[in-house]
Design a protein around this ligand. Sequence first.
Ligand SMILES: *[C@@H]1O[C@H](CO)[C@@H](O)[C@H](O)[C@H]1NC(C)=O
Ligand SMILES: *[C@@H]1O[C@H](CO)[C@@H](O)[C@H](O)[C@H]1NC(C)=O
Ligand SMILES: *[C@@H]1O[C@H](CO)[C@@H](O)[C@H](O)[C@H]1NC(C)=O
Length: 306
Amino acid sequence: MGLSQFTTILGALLFLRQVAGVTQPTNPNIIIILIDDMGFNDVSFHGSNQILTPNIDAFAYNGVILNRYYVPNLCTPSRAALLTGKYPIHNGMQHFVQISDEPWGLPLGERLMPQFFRDKGYSTQLIGKWHLGFWRQDHTPIMRGFDHHFGYYNGYIDYYDHTHYMLDSNYTAGADFRRDLQRCHSDNGTYATEAFTKEARRIIEQHDLSRPLFMVLSHLAVHTGNENQPMQAPYDEVAKFEHISDPKRRTYAGMVSSLDKSVGQTMRALLDRGMLNNSIVLLYSDNGAPTLGIHSNSGSNHPFRG
Ligand SMILES: *[C@@H]1O[C@H](CO)[C@@H](O)[C@H](O)[C@H]1NC(C)=O
Ligand SMILES: *[C@@H]1O[C@H](CO)[C@@H](O)[C@H](O)[C@H]1NC(C)=O
Ligand SMILES: *[C@@H]1O[C@H](CO)[C@@H](O)[C@H](O)[C@H]1NC(C)=O
């Protein structure tokens, strides 16, 4: 093939891409940034002057703040409600969270949000936590509408070694980190918030612009890690909060700050790819901060109680 023919084909491809991706915008990209267990008062746009969250604040002030957006009080029911659009009592998900060895999950008869989006031509991506059942493979995210999953199945993992350990049930710790259906060890040692953000950026950078993107970025932060070492944040993030005297809350602030940085990086990736102006981004916490019990993280729900 001569050079000129090659150039023409390349030109035609570029032209098609322009028609598909830019001059005729696709349906909007839908990005859900799902935070885990963050207190109402732990973002500065809600008034916290202890933990500053500049990226989340910028996002809030440039968007619509939903002050009456209600969620169930636990991970599993809240996530079931998100993906089905139903009150959890209508599909048996209302009671408690999924414990590692329990043979149940979100009923397979439910059609989930990623399935609807996939039918409309969306690329459907889940990063991070699932917690809606994995006792059989057909309950796992990529069997339920997600083209791709990078993350974990249980309620929490260690922020660095990505194992899940239920101390109160005397289980042995085990790796809980997957890329699609394969166990994944490659990011071992990377702080979970950073590993998930890196994956979100990769997905955005490599996204086929002729299709819309549906991405759920479901963070471990700011849930506690495993029960033997619940509070984990990068040293340089924690170091920003010397004014907080309680060491547990100081570490929590580091977890929030790392998450805030992730929000900025994710929005930046959408902007750099020219996708932000055609994206709907929803950011919320699956429930407030637990104030009692083994997973209390010292988050503040002020002015609410408990
Ligand atoms: C875990 O092991 C300890 C020590 O053997 C025991 O006291 C406790 O009851 C066990 N907990 C459960 C949930 O089995
Ligand atoms: C990460 O490495 C540690 C130490 O070797 C190991 O115990 C853990 O299972 C590994 N995690 C994963 C997800 O492979
Ligand atoms: C969004 O921004 C990109 C890159 O700047 C531009 O090409 C595109 O036309 C814009 N789309 C809309 C819907 O404004």
